[in-house]
Ligand binder design. Structure first.
Ligand SMILES: Cc1cc2nc3c(=O)[nH]c(=O)nc-3n(C[C@H](O)[C@H](O)[C@H](O)COP(=O)(O)OP(=O)(O)OC[C@H]3O[C@@H](n4cnc5c(N)ncnc54)[C@H](O)[C@@H]3O)c2cc1C
Length: 399
């Protein structure tokens, strides 16, 4: 494989990489390769439903081979370095690949070790995290089994994938506990770093209503500092006052801090002052600000939006069209508008649907439809329709 050259090389065969490669191929770019080390492809939005007992793990995973677009080469290797001067990518196996254009979308890494004790806690008998496929089903086992005691849910500070997803299993569990008649015996604590429950006022009002209905104790402007798994204790800091609080938990569902992969941070692609290590692209054209043949989208891109699959669905079209234009020497006319989305599963059969821009201003796809209101129809869209659209259209570059 050493020395092979591709017109377009895509690093990462997740949501962004596969849908972009499929779309580029559809637009007539024939020499496209996707570098992806994993042999399983995940639909991550269903991880929340798995943790809340509303989806089976098998619904969220397919063999990577089955989602690779026909005509696109799959390089089963991982990138470990990028040299923009020689237009080459170095691989974990030791070889190098050349590229005409490079698209960088390896997603985020989960930084478990940034919170002392967290890595061990989510593997211990009382801890889990729906941000890891292998731990999402465990979260449901623990939440379902709780009849009394304290359940703690945490969201970290810093950019993460689908920020609102930190809350989703909590609402699903509360609704289940209410159905089972045990909710009043369970103390539910949600810890999150933001000053409001989400950030879009109409959505916040609806979420606050559900939080009051379930009797959740919301710790805003707060974050998890450390975990003692053996004693089942978490230390929480209130960032507004600087005070700390120790809480005993019976079940902990924690979302880890996240950042760009370490190998990517070590390349020339991030801005020097970006500690998250995200690829420094123009947030509208998605082209690198210093290297004209490098592009990025999805979770690893330093765009200004809230990171989500819904955001990158829009980015994919923009990037594919702009990349084709660049190859043909035409100006880049497509612009990503900062759109993002978060469907909050506020009960076992309803969703509050947030669509917003990079300033958390409402950005509804269907104007005048009050999608931010709790609704059964939004549940059907999120739980039943989106997964089908993902597997059958988005990954094929058709949505
Ligand atoms: C629990 C949870 C709930 C979510 N809920 C929603 C939701 O409701 N709605 C929504 O829109 N979004 C949601 N998201 C976010 C959405 O899943 C992500 O934004 C999306 O998957 C990002 O796509 P990506 O391609 O950038 O990264 P990923 O899909 O994570 O793919 C990255 C790929 O790169 C590969 N890779 C990693 N390192 C390398 C390397 N060195 N070389 C080559 N390849 C590499 C990985 O194996 C992976 O396949 C959720 C995410 C989670 C975790």
């Amino acid at each position: 494989m050493a020395g092979q050259h591709y017109d377009v090389l895509v690093i990462g065969g997740g949501n962004a990489g596969v849908s972009l490669a499929a779309r580029l191929h559809r637009y007539g770019v024939k020499d496209v390769a996707v570098m992806e080390p994993g042999d399983q492809h995940f639909y991550q939005p269903l991880f929340s439903h798995i943790a809340g007992g509303r989806a089976k793990p098998s619904e969220a995973v397919r063999p990577q081979r089955s989602v690779m677009p026909p005509g696109v080469e799959w390089i089963r290797d991982g990138a470990v370095g990028i040299d923009p001067a020689s237009n080459t990518v170095s691989m974990a196996s030791g070889g190098h690949l050349g590229y005409g254009h490079l698209v960088v979308c390896p997603g985020l890494q989960l930084d478990w070790d940034k919170i002392p004790g967290l890595a061990g806690a989510v593997q211990s008998p009382s801890g889990a995290s729906h941000y890891e496929f292998s731990l999402a089903a465990k979260a449901w086992t623990l939440l379902r089994g709780l009849k009394a005691g304290t359940a703690v849910f945490t969201m970290p500070s810093g950019p993460i994938k689908c920020g609102g997803a930190s809350q989703k299993p909590m609402y699903l569990a509360c609704d289940y506990w209410r159905e089972q008649g045990v909710l009043h015996d369970i103390r539910v604590v949600m810890v999150q770093p933001s000053a409001t429950v989400f950030g879009v006022p109409a959505v916040d009002d609806e979420l606050k209503r559900k939080i009051a209905e379930y009797g959740v104790e919301l710790r805003l402007e707060s974050e998890l500092v450390s975990v003692e798994a053996a004693a089942q204790n978490v230390l929480i800091r209130d960032n507004a006052t600087g005070s700390t609080e120790e809480l005993h938990y019976d079940v902990l569902n924690a979302v880890p801090p996240q950042s760009a992969p370490d190998w990517l941070k070590a390349t020339e692609l991030p801005a020097p002052d970006d500690s998250g290590g995200f690829v420094e692209v123009d947030p509208q054209t998605l082209r690198h600000v210093r290297f004209a043949n490098i592009w990025s989208l999805g979770d690893a891109a330093a765009t200004t939006n809230s990171k989500s699959g819904g955001a990158l669905r829009k980015q994919t079209k923009v990037l594919a069209k702009n990349l084709v234009a660049a190859r043909e020497g035409r100006p880049l006319t497509e612009k990503y508008d900062g759109y993002s989305v978060c469907p909050f599963t506020v009960s076992r059969s309803t969703v509050v649907f947030a669509e917003f821009d990079d300033h958390y201003r409402p950005m509804p796809s269907v104007p005048k439809l009050p999608t931010w209101k709790e609704s059964r129809a939004s549940w059907v869209v999120d739980r039943d329709i989106f997964p089908r659209v993902y597997w059958n259209l988005i990954l094929k570059g058709r949505a």
